[in-house]
Design a protein around this ligand. Structure first.
Ligand SMILES: [Zn+2]
Length: 142
């Protein structure tokens, strides 16, 4: 959880619902437990981020705490973060609308040969991601 955020455990009601801010989109709300598995529950009313995805966003915000952003939506607007190459395996979920705003964002998905015509043109097929990831690693970390 980003610094300055109150632990949600301290504010739970008797049903386990709790109030807080979504670390993906920033909407303040009451997160409600539904029938899904715990990690897929407590979805955001705006971006539909699950507890798991919102915690992932919190972890990213902690890694970049020195940029002083309270949400992923804010972080993707910061020049220093925008210089990063971000790779995400997959094509669905609440991170995509945020990360698509970055100049160097790549995502991929696996399509078996019989379904490759179903792939979105903007999403590289899994058979090519290794080269892209290698290129990103070289320019980012080496
Ligand atoms: Zn949200």
């Amino acid at each position: 959880m980003p610094m300055g955020e109150e632990s949600p455990d301290r504010r739970r009601d008797v049903r386990g619902n709790y109030g807080g801010k979504c670390w993906i989109c920033g909407l303040r709300q009451v997160f409600v437990r539904d029938e899904a598995a715990l990690r897929e529950s407590y979805r955001c009313a705006r971006c539909e981020g699950s507890l798991r995805e919102r915690e992932q966003a919190g972890a990213i915000l902690r890694c970049y705490a020195y940029l002083r952003c309270g949400t992923l939506s804010e972080l993707v607007n910061v020049r220093e973060f925008r210089r990063l190459s971000v790779y995400e395996p997959g094509t669905i979920g609440p991170f995509r609308p945020q990360f698509r705003r970055l100049p160097s964002y790549q995502q991929s998905d696996y399509y078996p040969p019989s379904r490759r015509s179903d792939a979105e043109p903007a999403v590289p097929l899994i058979r090519t991601w290794r080269r892209s990831l290698f290129r990103m690693n070289r320019s980012t970390w080496w």
